[in-house]
Design a protein around this ligand. Structure first.
Ligand code: RP5
Length: 173
């Protein structure tokens, strides 16, 4: 299937933080592509990617970047598509630089900025699913099932120590 979501990140080193976005898109059966596109190291590739995304059928672009983090904003400047930015924490000032670089866009060029790192990446995918589900009843149903299961999981596992251990064991498989 043609990808509907682009997940791009400034460096291969961003992958561990961005991976949850891809896992959730996969779990919800949303076709996506993933790619390293660096605003600073590959500006021409970034231009090409952002300018061609809509024509290629991409509906939402999830971008992850750290430090100067130009990728989300520059991508948003070159496409009419919704762009979501995930701040990948740098070592400077606990990564506040990444967050502000992505969030503080000039009026008229929005980047929907989520929280930092893997939780933010997961929310970026969740937000993407909610956007796409507006016009896709089958996806809306899958999303509903996923959210219900997440809720049930909390209700079924109220003991934090046991629940944590079980989740870790599941991850290790
Ligand atoms: C950004 O610079 C990337 O998104 C990454 O988070 C940060 C550092 O990149 P590396 O030097 O680790 O490749 O462009």
């Amino acid at each position: 299937m043609k990808p509907m979501v682009g997940v791009i990140m400034g460096s291969k080193n961003d992958w561990p933080k961005m991976e949850p976005a891809c896992s959730l898109l996969k779990a919800l059966k949303i076709p996506y592509e993933k790619k390293v596109v660096s605003a600073h190291r590959t500006p021409r590739l970034m231009y090409k990617y952002a300018r061609s995304a809509k024509k290629r059928g991409i509906r939402v672009i999830i971008t992850g970047a750290g430090g100067a983090a130009a990728l989300p904003g520059m991508t948003a400047a070159m496409t009419p598509l919704p762009v979501i930015g995930v701040p990948v924490m740098s070592s400077f000032n606990n990564g506040l630089d990444s967050l502000l670089s992505i969030a503080q866009m000039p009026g008229g060029i929005p980047v929907g900025t989520v929280g930092a790192n893997s939780g933010g990446a997961l929310n970026a995918a969740m937000l993407t699913a909610r956007i796409l589900a507006l016009l896709d009843p089958k996806l809306a149903k899958r999303l509903d099932v996923y959210i219900t299961a997440e809720t049930q999981d909390v209700l079924d596992n109220p003991n934090p120590k046991k629940a944590y251990k079980a989740a870790q064991a599941k991850k290790a498989v």
